[in-house]
Ligand binder design. Structure first.
Ligand SMILES: Cc1ncc(COP(=O)(O)O)c(C=O)c1O
Length: 350
């Protein structure tokens, strides 16, 4: 049987034999007591990579982002973010539920905000009617923005303005690794424009579990306390942290392969009538596609692809997302591209 090509997300990867061996051999201790040497090593490594004083290991990117929102704000504060960002759309209303914070959303260009959109958004802190503008959250690369890379000059302009005006900057860098590999700009160069940065190991890096929040020591100490409160204090977490260390050692540079395989899919979309890339340039490993109603719905296309052994993610009535990762080889990407071309000419048998 031909193996399934799973393009739904870069979270579907399974740990390799080498990663599993590293996990099995990891020295461990009780991390809530600060005794797990592997977790400690990972936290120090991430802090160093991002040029921050400290980092805390957490179970997921959602927890990492929500810890950041929580430690930087008070109830009745407001954060500014792009309307399509993960923190606002896919974290279960976390800012409202966990921190009593409202999100003021701005229409980015495929997730990318320009300083001019933010400049007049700071509310008068002396007006008793208003929430207090406290935090700016950016996402790089931008998931719903089609894997787009934030131009670093735009980030710099936003952070200079934010800091000058007493706001705090947080980066959702779940896929920062992809931006690093695609641009050659080092992790700490991106991170220096933010107070805190969240990174994930379970997306393109292929580890089974975990994210980290990095920032100033006092902020991370506070985040550790909130992590415990939310049930994220883990014990012998070195077993999973070892997978993350392995991923940092082995799986960063190879993200360039995922960017190349994404181009194979992008080309197939570009020359398939009725399918449009959104955005038209694919920067990294995410390929978002608008489906013309004449081809059927996104669900119809996904069902036809599935019958041919290719899984994609549907997002809304007419959009699909395909995501390349370390379990999608070049021949598999080529087969997926061929399948894509094929299913649109087949009669609909839904
Ligand atoms: C940009 C971005 N941020 C945060 C997350 C949340 O990560 P997790 O699924 O580990 O909670 C995701 C998940 O896909 C994401 O794409």
């Amino acid at each position: 049987m031909t193996p399934i090509i799973d393009l739904r997300s870069d979270t579907v990867t399974r740990p390799s034999a080498g990663m599993r061996a590293a996990m099995a051999e990891a020295p461990v201790g009780d991390d809530v007591f600060g005794d797990d040497p592997t977790v400690n090593m990972l936290e120090e490594r991430v802090a160093d990579l991002l040029g921050k004083e400290a980092a805390v290991y957490v179970p997921s990117g959602t927890m990492s982002n929500q810890l950041a929102v929580n430690i930087h704000t008070q109830p009745a504060d407001e954060l500014l973010c792009d309307v399509n960002c993960h923190i606002y759309n896919y974290e279960g209303g976390g800012p409202a539920i966990l921190s009593g914070v409202t999100c003021r959303t701005l229409d980015g260009d495929f997730g990318i905000l320009d300083l001019s959109q933010l400049e007049d958004k700071i509310r008068n802190p002396d007006d008793v009617h208003l929430v207090k503008t406290r935090l700016v959250c950016l996402e790089n690369t931008h998931n719903r923005g089609g894997g787009r890379i934030y131009p670093i000059e735009k980030i710099e302009a936003i952070s200079q303005w934010a800091w000058k005006n007493g706001l705090i900057m947080h980066l959702d860098g779940a896929r920062l690794w992809n931006a690093i590999v695609a641009t050659g700009i080092a992790a700490r160069e991106w991170a220096k424009h933010f107070d805190t940065v969240s990174v994930c190991f379970s997306k393109g890096l292929g580890a089974p579990v975990g994210s980290a929040l990095a920032g100033p020591k006092a902020a991370i100490t506070k985040a550790r306390r909130t992590r415990k409160l939310l049930g994220g204090g883990m014990r012998q977490a070195g077993v999973i942290a070892a997978g993350c260390l392995y991923a940092l050692d082995h799986n960063i540079e190879r993200l360039a392969d995922d960017h190349r395989t994404a181009q194979i899919l992008a080309r197939a979309v570009a020359d398939t009538p009725g399918m449009t890339l959104e955005p038209t340039d694919v920067d990294t490993n995410l390929v978002w596609v608008r489906i013309a109603p004449s081809l059927g719905s996104a669900k119809d296309i996904a069902a036809r692809l599935k019958r041919e052994g290719v899984l994609v993610h549907t997002a809304g009535a007419q959009k699909i997302r395909m995501c390349t990762h370390l379990d999608v080889s070049k021949p598999q990407a080529e087969r997926a591209a061929e399948t894509l071309r094929k299913v649109v000419v087949k009669p609909i048998l839904v």
